[in-house]
Write a protein that binds this ligand. Structure first.
Ligand code: SF4
Length: 713
């Protein structure tokens, strides 16, 4: 028996783990943080349904009929088919998509750009990136809003639509979920999570109205003189126009839009604005997955600026660049030598800051040839459940001339592929890991494989390098050697640190050059970097009114717009679909669809749940545990009703990431956010009715319902 140190990759948190090996070198136990995902890594490695050999489709698309082929046949076929599309239609007609895992993104992106295609697309087309771009446009920096690190100096925490018990490890013991005497807590969430129950004030807003709520905060802050005027005088651009705009967001109006008590709004604003330092903690998705999400997010993060809590200890710090690996993606080549990326045409602000094409446009590209025609796709870890109106994405994948994919298990996307390649798990592949950490401190690790891949699985990165070789570019692809590609990336790390990164499996702490810069210039408190460098925006100040957005044809101010589909904006749709539909609350038992197949995880969350308030359920004759149809103008999907007063009346929340009940078959792909292209996953309309039968769902016999709301977190 022996133990090896490794790094978990069941989500992005990169926690250190220990893996026990038997005498034969086979992993038999994983020890790590208090996280169920961590402990099922061996369930994945040894799962009987895992794809272990290259597979070629032999039946119609979607049939699931595949037969085993050799790696040589699979890789030669991919190289030949991609080259064929390039010859006939040009390299940009081939798309390269990265979902999960993300570790082989550099190798896949390099392959795309060396091949000549600018169209490298990722799951960031609907996750995280919009928050980053909104923060760069507004402050010139990404700010730290997703709190893996909690400052003991924070005296007021405004937690906006995120549930740390399901999303931030170590889940139940994270400082955010532990009450600290003297710290106040405000929670904004349409669900009454356990954290919301502990809060001084819980604002249960109607999904999609975040922008209006934030503007209501600003209104009261200015009305009461709670703004940090000296900061604004020196560091704000367009604040007078903004102040004028928020005049209309009176407490009564905002309370009515958001569906919250006016008194609670007033109390929350006073607590947040007068208890400093205050920090806002946000999700990477909750504010931006709406039809007006980009501007909603701007309105929220500007609260940090207006109160002077920006880049201060205890407030929202800048996320500074740390010592990092050398980029091997060839993105500079893409920017300077390749044609426009998908998305440059319609979301130029987003593509200016985000080094990829906008994946939410893929169905349009494939089916309609707009804004560009994509005819072939090489994908890593793709699932149609990631796209709004997922059935259309499934149809699009079926319309490709050629489609190849790497994955661990089949899902609705892989079943449309011509070739499916078996991917190695994180225990079976090496990776150079750069974890961004907090304001000035990050971490670098080199993770060696703990065990050889099962069957004929290979690391995704090695597959992409080998394809580079077979496409005649061996010299640019380290002749297929994955470790060499990471070694070249590691050349960006100073030598003395690099050696330690390779030698120390526990990882190496690295720092931002900005901290030395501050200290050298006499700012000994490592606080408020903008005093030295200004804000890296067009005006050098915080952009309350953004010139960059105006020039791109958008509103410069963070204007509030109703969700494109809501009881107010589309009353004609609300007649048939009167409930507000939201989805995607995280749990520690899955990372999107990645744990769908693992029995131990399914036992923890056996049903895809539609959470509905008892009043709404009663009106519809629905009992807890009933099979229900959740329907929207896009279709209907069967869920299991979870009748709970933890959800706001008039709102339905559905589990996301399930292949047996995909909520995104009901979501809207027509009203993407006009700046980021993000879909409105979290604010739509629906109706819920009792289902005639349970279909494939396992439903508890009636009368055995658990205590209402017991698991809402
Ligand atoms: S939070 Fe859990 S799943 Fe994510 S890296 Fe850490 S141990 Fe793994």
């Amino acid at each position: 028996m022996s133990w090896k140190t490794s790094t978990c990759y069941e989500c992005d948190a990169n926690c250190a783990i220990q893996v026990e090996l038997d005498e034969g070198g086979e992993p038999i136990r994983v020890q790590g943080p208090d996280c169920p995902r961590c402990y099922v890594q061996l369930d994945r490695r040894n799962h009987p349904d895992r794809i272990l050999y290259p597979l070629k489709r032999v039946g119609p698309r979607g049939s699931g009929d595949f037969e085993r082929v050799s790696w040589d046949e699979a890789l030669d076929t991919i190289a030949m088919r991609l080259s064929g599309v390039k010859e006939a239609h040009g390299a940009p007609a081939v798309g390269f998509f990265a979902g999960y895992t993300k570790e082989a993104r550099p190798q896949l992106q390099r392959l795309a750009h060396a091949f000549g295609s600018p169209n490298y697309l990722t799951e960031s087309g609907c996750c995280f990136s919009a928050t980053m771009v909104a923060e760069k446009v507004t402050f010139g920096y990404k700010i730290k809003t997703t709190s893996t690190v909690v400052s003991p100096k924070t005296r007021c925490h405004l937690i906006w639509s995120t549930n740390p018990r399901g999303s931030i490890p170590p889940f139940d013991t994270h400082p955010l979920v532990r009450h600290r005497p003297g710290k106040h807590l405000i929670v904004v969430d349409p669900r009454r999570t356990p954290l919301a129950e502990e809060a001084d004030i819980h604002l249960a807003i109607r999904p999609g109205t975040d922008g209006a709520l934030a503007l209501g905060f600003h209104h009261l802050i200015f009305e009461n003189g709670w703004q940090d005027q000296s900061f604004l005088d020196e560091w704000a651009n367009g604040v007078e126009a903004f102040r004028e705009y928020v005049r209309d967001f009176t407490p009564a109006r905002v309370a009515s839009i958001c569906g919250i008590p006016e008194a609670d709004l007033r109390a929350a604003v006073e607590l947040f604005a007068t208890t400093r330092p205050a920090q806002i903690t946000l999700s990477p998705t909750a504010t931006v997955q709406h039809s007006n999400g980009f501007q909603n997010h701007r309105a929220v993060i500007l609260l940090s600026a207006v109160t002077g809590n920006l880049d201060r200890e205890g407030g929202n710090r800048f996320l500074n660049d740390k010592v990092a690996p050398k980029p091997i993606e060839l993105f500079d080549h893409c920017r300077t030598h390749l044609p426009p990326r998908v998305g440059d045409e319609v979301y130029p602000v987003w593509t200016r800051y985000w080094p990829a094409a906008q994946s939410m446009l893929l169905p349009d590209c494939i089916l309609d040839g707009r804004p560009q025609r994509i005819r072939a796709l090489l994908a890593m870890g793709i699932n149609t459940a990631m796209w709004p109106n997922s059935k259309r994405m499934e149809q699009a994948l079926g319309a490709l001339d050629f489609f190849a994919v790497t994955d661990f298990f089949h899902n609705p996307a892989t079943r449309m592929a011509d070739l499916v390649l078996p991917a190695a798990t994180s225990l079976e592949r090496p990776a150079l890991i750069a974890y961004p950490g907090c304001a000035y401190q990050g971490e670098l690790r080199y993770r060696r494989p703990v065990v050889a891949p099962k069957g004929e699985a290979r690391p995704d990165g090695a597959i992409f390098l080998e394809l580079g070789v077979r496409l005649g570019m061996g010299d640019q692809f380290w002749n297929g050697d994955l470790e060499s590609s990471w070694a070249e990336a590691a050349e960006g790390i100073p030598e003395e640190i690099r050696r330690e990164v390779y030698e120390n499996p526990d990882g190496v702490t690295v720092y931002a050059e900005a901290i030395e810069d501050l200290v050298e210039h006499g700012f000994m408190d490592a606080d408020r970097l903008y005093r030295l460098r200004g804000f890296r925006t067009r005006t050098g100040k915080v952009e309350f009114d953004s010139i960059e957005l105006r020039e791109a044809g958008h509103d410069g101010l963070p204007i509030y717009r109703e969700p494109a589909e809501s009881p107010i904006s589309t009353p004609e749709i609300a007649r048939d679909f009167p409930l507000v539909l939201t989805s995607g609350a995280r749990t520690k038992f899955d990372t999107h669809s990645q744990h769908n197949y693992i029995d131990r995880m399914r036992r923890a969350i056996p049903h895809p749940a539609a959470e509905i308030h008892p009043d709404d359920a009663l009106q519809r004759g629905i009992n807890d545990g009933d099979a229900v149809m959740v329907s929207s103008p896009r279709g209907a999907v069967r869920f299991v009703a979870k009748v709970t007063d933890r959800i706001k009346p008039g709102v339905v929340h559905c589990t996301h990431g399930r292949n047996d009940a995909n909520i995104n078959e009901l979501t809207d792909d027509r009203h993407l956010d006009p700046i980021s292209g993000f879909p409105p996953f979290k604010s739509l309309l629906c109706e819920v009715t009792r289902a005639e039968d349970a279909g494939d769902l396992e439903v508890r016999p009636r009368g055995t319902a658990r205590r209402q709301g017991a698991e809402a977190a």
